[in-house]
Every structure is written in C-alpha cells, then in structure tokens.
Design a protein around this ligand. Structure first.
Ligand code: SF4
Length: 668
C-alpha cells in the first residue's frame, strides 16, 4: 500500500487527446519525496534542454505535495513546474487553496500535460472519470468567471478549478494560474497552460488518503496546532508586524504600511518616498481596506486566514493576499483604492502581481525618457491610473506596444533597444524582483539572490532573522526558545551579530556563516515544496511549527518512509541539485547569478566574489556553479554527471572547483 501519496499520475497528451492513469515508482518518492522533487526528476528525464517553453514537448506538471490530503495543518500546496518562457529555465510556482488535496482525493499525485490541444479545452477530473472538454465558450473569460461558469455547467459547486485568464491564453510571459483562494504566479506558467490550449483544470475527489501510522501522525498534527496557537498568542517581539507571526505576511489584516510604502520603491523601482505615511493616508487606507475586505479566508486545513475576499464597489469579488495589495498602487504612484480596483481586473486576466505593475512602470519610464514615444501609446489617457488600465489591456491583448511588453522587462528592452536595457534594472535571471533597494550589502541576501532558482526572493528567506537586534540581551532572549535551529552554532551566529562595528554587515555574518545560513533557509523551502507544505507555517516565518526536527517524523509516520534529519537533508539536497542541473543543462551559469546592480548602494566586489566562490564549493558546485561529478555521485545523481560529461558541460579534468569560471577561461 502507498501512504500519503496515491501512487498514480494522470498523463494527458493534449495533441492526441489521450488520457492515461500511470502508476509511479515508490523508489522515486524515497529519493525525491514528491511535489517539486519528483517534478524535477520528470523534467530532467523527459524535457530535453533544447525544448522551448512553447514547444509541444514541454511538460506542464501540476503536483500535489507528498503530504497534501493528509491531516497535516496547512499542507495544501500545488507545485506547478514547467519551462518558463521568461527565464528559459525551470519554473516551479506554488499555489495554496484547495486544489492539491482535492487532486489527491480524486486519486492522483500529479497531472502531467504534454502536447498542445488544437482547440481551447478544459480538463474535468472527477475521481476515475477524466474528460477533455470543449472550452471555446470560455475563451477570453476571466479566471474567476471561468471557475464559476464551469462549476455551474458541471453542477459541481465543490469542484476545485485552476484556470487562466486572457493573459495566459495570449501567452503573456508573466501570466498566472488562478485558483479561487490562491494563484501560481511566478515564471509565466499561465502562458504555458495557454499555449497548451488548456483554459482550466477542474477536479473533484472523494476518495481517501492513507497514512502509515495514523495515531502517531495525528499526535504530530495536534502538536503543530498547539504550537500555532502558542505562536499566535505570542508574536515575536522586536520585529515588524508582518514578520512577528505565522502565515504568509498578513497584509489583509495589517493597516500600518509605513514600512512598505517608505522603504520599497515606487514607479519603476527607483523612487523612494521617505515621508509618505502620514496620519491622513493611514486613515484613508484603513477605511479603504475595511470597506473592501468582506471576509478573511484560509487555504485548506489551515487556521491562519492569510487571504481576504475583496469587493470594490461595482466590481466582482476576488481574493487577495500578501504584497500584491501594494504593487499596483506603488507602481502607478497611486493610492490603495486604485490598487485594489485594478487588482480585480488583473486577477481576472490572470497576471503575476509582482511583475505586471513593474512592466507597466518600465514602459512609462521609457516614454518619459524619450525611448518610447506618444505614437507607441495611441489613445492612452494622461493620468497615471488611466495609463495603468490602458497598459494592462494592451499587454493582455498583446496589442501594439503591449505585444512587446507582454514578454517582461528583459525581453521587451532587448526588442525596443535604444538604451531600454538600462531601464530593465530590477531583474534576476531575466525575471522582475521586488522593488526593494537598500544601502549596505547584506551578504546572506546576496547569496540568496544570486543562487536562488525559485525566481522569488521572498520564497527563499526565513528561519534566520533578517537583521541583528539592537542589543545583545535581545538576541540572547530570542535564542532561548529557538529550538528550530539544525545546529546550536546558529544561535551564536545571531548573538554575535551587531548592527554596527566589527561584527556587522557586510563582513558579518562571515562568509562561512553565510553559507550555513543560506543553506539552512533554502533547504527548508525545498522540503516544503516537496511535501506541499505552505511556507507560511514552515520555511518563511521565524520559529515556525514545522522544522527540521519534526519533518522527518511527519514523513515517517505519514508516508511510511524511514526518515531522519540527515536522510531528509540528503533528499532535499538531491532534488535541489537536480533543479540546478536542469538549469545548468539549459545554459545557466555563474554569469546569471547576480542581484540587480542597484539593489544595494554599497557593494563589495571582492567580498561578493568570495561569497559566491565559497558557497559554490560548500554546495559541491564548481566555480561556474555546476555540480561536480563527485558531488553528483554522493547524491546518487551519476546519471546527471554522465549527461554533463556527454554534453561537454563538465569534462573529466574540469569538474572540481577551480580558480576561475569556465566562462572566464573561454575569454583567455
Ligand atoms: S498559512 Fe496562510 S497561506 Fe499558508 S496555508 Fe494557511 S491560510 Fe494559506
């Protein structure tokens, strides 16, 4: 018997209209867990590096995490993996909500789409009955509108629907997949779904999921619930409100936006408005949010209510959580009322709320700089809000300049030329990042920005405080109940971290400490993404209920796989390395691993080089960021090493870390 997982994937060939239920190999679960881990294995095995995002040979994988569908609190993530049209690398975007557990209850761990449907379709997965159905009547409809129409059509009010809007249909490179209470936004995965001709995946499941040791498992779940309650009653003192508690940053509850509005950049990620947050604005924004927010809501099996339903006068209700509350507002130099109104339209269109406003602000900056001209924007209103609505429509419909902007700032700048590249300044690996610009280099974040392959910095951080506390006694106090650390040394790292002086940034934490800290933070995120656990209860907040000490017990009692901290760390390292291997095989190298040039004012090139050199070595990668033959062997990934050797990515003499990068060698 398979525990926690169903042991079956649904394979759908859209070109042929073929549907297959395929039994999976339990050994793969032992090696790569599930979710992101097994997605990476499938992409490595089946998608050659020559395959483009919009090729029929690209796969689009919807995976429930390994523990989704079990009673584990907050375990509800669907991990959607494919090749991104924007980065050309592996995209793995997560969505919460209810889709993943429903898929498990229908009897599947993953839905794997290949090929392309000649006509727009949706998939109806109703336990064992799976159909590809005509969706021509849904063409051009919004994502929420689509979900409602399908539920009505099928007379299945409980069906879970993951749908794209017009942005996905028109292959906008930052199109999202929307799913009621959540969305998978990063990497342009909605564009791949649109390219495959799939408007929605609809699922209803009523079967059971078995766990290996039910009593032990329920005890673990109860401990987690008790700890959540304790943490909710005891927020962490001394940190900003959004970091003090659990869950995704509680933007739908928080009224005080002083920190975001005065520290994050406005417009095209360039303008800081230091005295923005006045009493009058605070009052106005509080009234706006209070009126708009109809209900606080949670994902499946979670008490945290991180999201809210938003109803703006005259507009249909939609759901919002997290920082998208402010991205349109700040991109357009406007107010919260505007941000909440335009987000309704953008959600129906199905767009990544981080990238879309930045692309629009970038276009307006090009207009101001004379790189684009009035003629490029025929009929555009004069006011900023009107211009944002205009650009939103142009991009989603791929009309005129919108067709170029639909490919994100990196590719649009290349097409526009005339110096436009200098204005696409906030990208990592060709993908727009949060508009945060700081002063002093933070060595921990430098490494995370450079080497993160999730394309979203906020989903790599967590576990270790973002900055030192002002006084040693505060830091010591913080460490008192910090049992989450994998090793006691992390406490000392934090206690000795001073805001000023010798033990302050950028030279403290030291390079070696930074490697340990980044590795721990990243590991926790990768574990979450394989298990399907929401980062909001695990890798993202400080002192979360799930951590490296109880996760092995969850896997052992839940999935029946014997696991301890060491073997879990080794598994996570295995599929984390496999994600890197996929990207390396697709051409990613050290030259791609850099934060936006203007992310920090004070940069330290020698230290940055040392950080990257040391971290690569620490991870078992050579100086170009390529996993070495030896490290691949230690992880049981000899098949990756063989492929690297065959393709000349590694050569027998070059697989250990050297003094210079392969790219540098080639220029000699
Ligand atoms: S913590 Fe928040 S985002 Fe995470 S599962 Fe719970 S409600 Fe959803």
């Amino acid at each position: 018997m398979r525990y926690a997982e169903t042991g079956f994937n649904l394979e759908i060939d859209l070109t042929r209209g073929n549907i297959e239920k395929v039994a999976t190999d339990p050994r793969d679960t032992e090696l790569y867990l599930g979710g992101l881990g097994t997605n990476a294995k499938i992409l490595w095995d089946r998608v050659r590096p020559e395959v483009d995002a919009f090729s029929p040979e690209n796969l689009l994988i919807f995976s429930a995490g390994l523990l989704c569908g079990t009673p584990a609190v907050g375990c509800n993530r669907t991990i959607v993996s494919t090749i991104s049209p924007q980065t050309k690398l592996m995209a793995f975007s997560m969505m919460g909500g209810f889709f993943a557990p429903e898929l498990k209850y229908a009897g599947y761990d993953k839905v794997i789409l290949r090929g392309k449907s000649p006509d727009l379709v949706y998939l109806w997965i109703n336990n064992d009955k799976v159909e590809i159905r005509d969706a021509s009547h849904l063409k051009g409809k919004g994502s929420i509108e689509t979900a409602e129409a399908i539920r009505k059509e099928l007379k299945e009010p409980k069906a879970q629907v993951a749908a794209i809007g017009k942005a996905g249909e028109n292959r906008v490179f930052y199109a999202s997949i929307e799913q009621g209470r959540s969305s998978a936004s990063r990497g342009g995965i909605g564009a791949v779904m649109g390219d495959k001709g799939v408007k929605a995946i609809v699922v209803r499941g009523t079967k059971d999921i078995h766990v290996a040791q039910p009593l032990e498992y329920m005890e673990l779940c109860n401990e987690v619930m008790e700890y959540i309650q304790f943490r909710n009653e005891n927020p962490i003192p001394g940190v900003m409100p959004i970091l003090a508690g659990l869950g995704s940053p509680q933007e739908m509850k928080v009224h005080d936006e002083k920190w975001h509005t005065e520290n994050f950049m406005w417009g095209n990620s360039r303008t800081r408005i230091k005295d923005f947050w006045t009493d009058e604005i605070a009052r106005e924004w509080m009234e706006t949010l209070d009126k708009a927010r109809t209900r606080l809501i949670s994902c499946y099996n979670c008490p945290m209510t991180c999201g809210a339903t938003i109803s703006m006068p005259g507009l249909p209700t939609y759901m919002m959580k997290c920082f998208t509350k402010l991205t349109y507002t700040m991109g357009a130099f406007s107010d919260l009322d505007f941000g909440l109104r335009i987000a309704q339209k953008a959600t129906e269109y199905g767009l990544d709320g981080f990238s879309a406003p930045q692309v629009m602000a970038f276009a307006l900056e090009l207009l101001e700089e004379g790189i684009l001209h009035k003629d490029d924007f025929p009929g555009m209103p004069e006011d900023n809000e009107g211009r944002f609505y205009y650009l939103l429509d142009m991009i989603v419909n791929r009309e005129g300049i919108g067709d170029v902007l639909a490919e994100g700032t990196y590719w649009a700048a290349k097409k526009i030329g005339k110096g436009a590249e200098d204005h696409a300044h906030n990208n990592i690996k060709k993908h727009e990042q949060l508009p945060l610009k700081l002063s002093m280099l933070n060595p921990i974040y430098f490494l995370m920005y450079c080497t993160g392959e999730k394309m979203n910095i906020t989903q790599i951080e967590g576990q270790f405080p973002q900055a030192p506390y002002p006084k040693k006694e505060h830091r010591e106090k913080f460490c008192e109940d910090w049992f989450h650390v994998p090793d006691e040394k992390f406490k000392q790292y934090f206690i000795d971290w001073e805001p000023r002086g010798e033990n302050s940034m950028p030279f403290y934490p030291t390079v070696d400490m930074c490697c340990d800290i980044v590795d721990w933070q990243e590991k926790m995120h990768y574990i979450d993404d394989a298990l399907g656990q929401c980062a909001g209860l695990s890798s993202f907040p400080l002192k979360p209920p799930y951590h490296i000490h109880n996760y092995p017990k969850f896997i052992s009692a839940g999935a029946g796989i014997d696991m301890d901290e060491e073997s879990l760390s080794q598994s996570a390292k295995r599929y984390r390395t496999l994600v890197r291997a996929i990207n390396i095989r697709r051409g990613m190298r050290r030259k791609d691993e850099r934060p936006p040039e203007d992310h920090w004012k004070k940069r330290f090139p020698e230290l940055e080089k040392e950080l990257l050199d040391t971290y690569y070595k620490f991870k078992g990668w050579n100086n170009d960021g390529i996993p070495t033959k030896e490290s691949l062997h230690d992880l049981g990934l000899d098949y990756v090493a063989d492929e690297f050797l065959k393709r000349g990515i590694l050569t027998d003499g070059e697989d250990s870390p050297g003094e210079e990068t392969l790219a540098e060698k080639k220029t000699h």
